[in-house]
Each structure stands twice: as structure tokens, then as C-alpha cells.
Design a protein around this ligand. Sequence first.
Ligand code: PMP
Length: 451
Amino acid sequence: MKTEVELTEGPQTKKSHLWNAITRYSPNTEPTMAVSGKGSWFTDDQGNRYLDGVSGLWCLNLGHGQQEIVDAAADQMKTLSYFPLTMNHPPAVKLAGKISELLGADYQVFFSNSGSEANETAFKIIRQYHNQTGNPGKYKIISRYRGYHGATLGALSATAQANRRVKYDPGVPGFLHVHPPYSYRSLFDGTPEETDVKAADLLENTILHEGEESVAAVIMEPFISGGGVIVPSVKYIQRVQEICKKYHVLLVMDEVVSGYGRTGEMFGFQHAPGVQPDIVTMAKGLTSGYLPLGATAVKSEIYNVFKKEGKDTHFRHVSTYGGHPAACAVALKNIEIIEREKIVERVRDLGKSKLGKLHELSDHPYVGEVRQAGFLLGIEMVADKETKEPLDDEKMGWVLAECKKRGLIIGRNGDTVPGLSNVLIIAPPLTSTEEDLEFIVETVGAVIRNL
Ligand code: PMP
């Protein structure tokens, strides 16, 4: 048996029994072994320091080493180490209230452990809701191509990216997909706003063809993230809500990435005046990744259908660790810091004045489009600006490796041509210093210019 010391102290040549997530097998390279972190930076077992330009998996919103969060978890574990949410505990009750307040309407909150679970929970609530309101035929859930909603089979069925699905299809029945508001490669002609609204109209068309009596919900990320950072016009989100209301289709906003300040509003949908989703799912930034926690916030009008005294209308769903007291205590402290330190305003300001400088790369022959919402930024790389042919795998890999050599971790996503990820992802911790942000801009700029 290997000890932790052997693994963390020795050269990374020893056999590891760890199965890494979503990582291609490569016989000559070992994944980086991180051993410590501070702010936006982590250090590997060789003593190299890297700026984490993607906040882990877009979750480390407040960066490493927030002592108050660590203390909140430890204090809670000492006070009440575990308790199931078949009953109450104070951190969960307080957090549910806080989430409802932040969402700006009356919501009831169901806790789980991850974004995938938050979405699975939403799907079950949606189907039971329609069943209990005289519409048992409403079961179909519509999502958009390139959307990402999780790894479990239901959430993966809502995920409409070929590269993540083909090995595991067929998925769960009852999930449909429509085109996203992707103005850079739209199916339609017109300004970005016009093509986005036409994409929304396509959703209406799909609902009509499927039969409105069969469509239960639409799930969308306000800003598609894992599908290559797609930033829609505000009008698109408003139009989707309008269509959902018209056909009694519930609107689920997946705020797993965009929640808690990432895009310069507390929640992504809050960029679109008048939009108030029926259900909001969240995870990641809810705890800044310090502990696992997912949440499904449901408008009270929907929840009321589940609380009929003496009737079998309750939600038959449970998650052992969902809403763990320590995770809820961490989330409460995380939100307290986000508010106290004015993180949302900071993201708005520095997103513009610092990270926004990456828009200057738009003139580069390999840069098709730079898309940004606060600290969520995607650079779509192309081999040819005219034809928009995606940049090949090898060059994309080179950009990431070159950034890493210079001490910066960035990501890569897309599925632009199914299976091809040609969008560079930059989503640093929201607490990154101005110097950190300058380092990101300079490094990415220098590497792209060297391509
Ligand atoms: N929704 C979105 C928008 C996501 O980006 C992710 C994860 N990247 C998920 C859901 C699933 O979250 P988790 O990995 O915590 O299950």
C-alpha cells in the first residue's frame, strides 16, 4: 500500500491507483499533483506555482485559504456533525432563507451535493408538479445544444454536447434539444440580438410540434459555460421566459457556474430585467468549492402543490448528505463574504477594466470571437477567420501547455463542431488580485501571439 507521503513527496513516476476525471490517458505525462493553495494560486509537489485561471472547475470563487470559511466548517462539525434534512437544522434553514432572498422572490430550497444532483432533483420536481396539477402528460424537458447540466444520466440527457454523450447514449427518454443563441455561428441572419431571438422562436416552434401538453420544462444556463462560453442577448432570456409562460412550461435556470457573482450579478438571470425563473439550480460557487453542496430553489407556488395536508403529495426524494450542516455553514459564510467584500461589484469593475483587455486579441488571425460576462470568458479559436474553421486539437493543446509552462492554468471547451473543443476558457477566482488578472491577460496574449 502506498502512503500519502510517498505519493506527494516522491517524483511522480510511481504507479497511482487514482482514476482521474475526464482526462485522456497519456502514458508519458502524470497529472499535476497540487499540494497547497493560497488565493488564486496553487503549488504542486515539485514546488511550481500556478495561477488557477479556471477556479478549479469554475467553483473556487473566493480562492484558497479563506480562514473564516474553514472556521465555519470546523465549528459546525463540532456543534452538530451530521443531521438529515428529513428534519431541520439551523444552517440549512438559514441558508434556504438567504438563497430565497438573493433570488429576489419567494422560493423553497431542496439541498443536495452537486450541480448534477440539483438538476436531477429539479427534473423529478417538475414531473411530479405537472402530475399533481392535472397535466400528467407534461414530461418532456427541453435544453439547448452545447448546454451542460451534469454527469449523471438524467442530467447528461439534458446535456447536449456530442463529445460528452456519445459513449453513454442512449440517455434517459423525454429530453429534447434546441439550438442555442450562438450568434457567432447562428443558423439565422441578422444582428446578434436578432439571431438570438430567432433561436428562442425555434424553441416555441419545437414546443408546438411536440405538443404543448407534453412539454414540462426548459432548462438553460444563462451563459452556456462548459459548451464554450456563449453569451446571449438579454432579449433571448426574456423571450424564452415569455414562451415558457405562454405554454405553461416551467423555466429552470441552471446557475451552477454563473451563480454567486461569476458574471457580475449575483445570479446570471439577473442580467435580464423581468426574468424570474420557476426553478433555479446551483452548486459550485454556493460554497466556493470548500465543501460539496447543491441546491434546487423552487418558486413557492410550485412548492405549494407538494404540501397538501394528509395527502400523498410530498416529494419522495432524499439525499443522505444533501444540505450537510457543515456545507450549509460554509455556504452561509461564503455568501457573507461575497456581500461584505462587494465581490459582485468587483467582478463587474475588474471584469471590464482588467480581464476585458483580452478583447484586444479579437484582431488576431486565430481568434474568432472573445466572449465575456464578468469573470467568465471564452476565446473561440479558429484556423481561418473567414471560414470560421475551428482551430485544430494540436494547436489548442499547445496554447494550454504553453500557458501552463508560464505558470497559468486555463481551460478548453466547446463542441463547436461536435467533438471539437476550440474555445479557451478563462474563469479565475473572483478574489483574484489586479496583478493576477494582469498576469492572465499578459500570458494569454503572449501565448496566442506566439501561435
Ligand atoms: N450545470 C452546469 C452549468 C455545470 O457547469 C456543471 C458542472 N460543470 C453542472 C451542472 C454539474 O455540476 P457537478 O459537477 O457539481 O455535478
